[in-house]
Design a protein around this ligand. Structure first.
Ligand SMILES: C[S@@+](CC[C@H](N)C(=O)[O-])C[C@H]1O[C@@H](n2cnc3c(N)ncnc32)[C@H](O)[C@@H]1O
Length: 177
């Protein structure tokens, strides 16, 4: 019995430790984990006009909300890349339970992820990070790829801006590569 309790304490402590470390790593690598309201994500995806069978990516996918929503509501394939292994594990379990073969989550730094086949890309990252991401997208994405940046404008893409959506005091910026 004592061993069992000790094991539970060990597991909980390890999870808290790993979570704290990866919150710090996420913060340094692009943005910490913050969840977005479902109704806000619905509005963002609505504006992206996702097409059935297309490839939707969330760079820094967090708890996978945007990816699951894109697949469930619009019939896209959904991909998430995320640096925090606990969030990736959560998303993979959720995907497994849903039985959907159209979602995929990888534990990776978004800057090392191949996104060349994406049709739609969404992210919610820090101000400085979105400028860096835009350079990656310019190099790797097909012309016409739709991009949505929640929270922060990409200043070097002023000529690519197609619309701005305001929700709960935050803006989402939409671009075409
Ligand atoms: C603000 S949250 C956004 C979560 C999700 N995209 C959403 O809108 O609900 C940012 C996420 O990006 C992840 N992240 C930050 N830098 C990253 C990087 N370089 N590569 C992959 N994921 C990263 C964080 O761990 C965090 O989960």
């Amino acid at each position: 019995m004592e061993i069992f309790i000790l094991l539970i304490i060990l597991v909980i402590t390890t999870v808290i430790f790993v979570w704290t470390i990866y919150m710090i790593i996420g913060d340094a690598a692009g943005a910490p984990f913050v969840t977005v309201d479902d109704n806000v994500l619905v509005k963002i995806l609505e504006q992206m006009k996702l097409k059935k069978g297309s490839d939707f990516w969330d760079l820094g996918s967090g708890n996978g909300k945007a990816v699951f929503l894109a697949v469930r509501k619009y019939g896209t394939f959904g991909y998430g890349t995320e640096i925090n292994p606990l969030l990736v594990l959560y998303c993979r379990i959720k995907a497994g339970l849903s039985g959907s073969k159209k979602v995929k989550f990888e534990m990776n730094n978004l800057f090392k992820t191949d996104i060349s086949r994406a049709d739609y890309i969404y992210f919610y990252l820090f101000k400085g990070t979105v400028e860096k991401v835009s350079q990656k997208l310019e190099k790797e994405c097909r012309p016409g790829t739709m991009v949505a940046s929640r929270g922060f404008e990409i200043f070097r893409w002023k000529n690519r801006l197609t619309r701005i959506l305001e929700t709960n005091g935050w803006k989402t910026y939409f671009y075409k590569v």
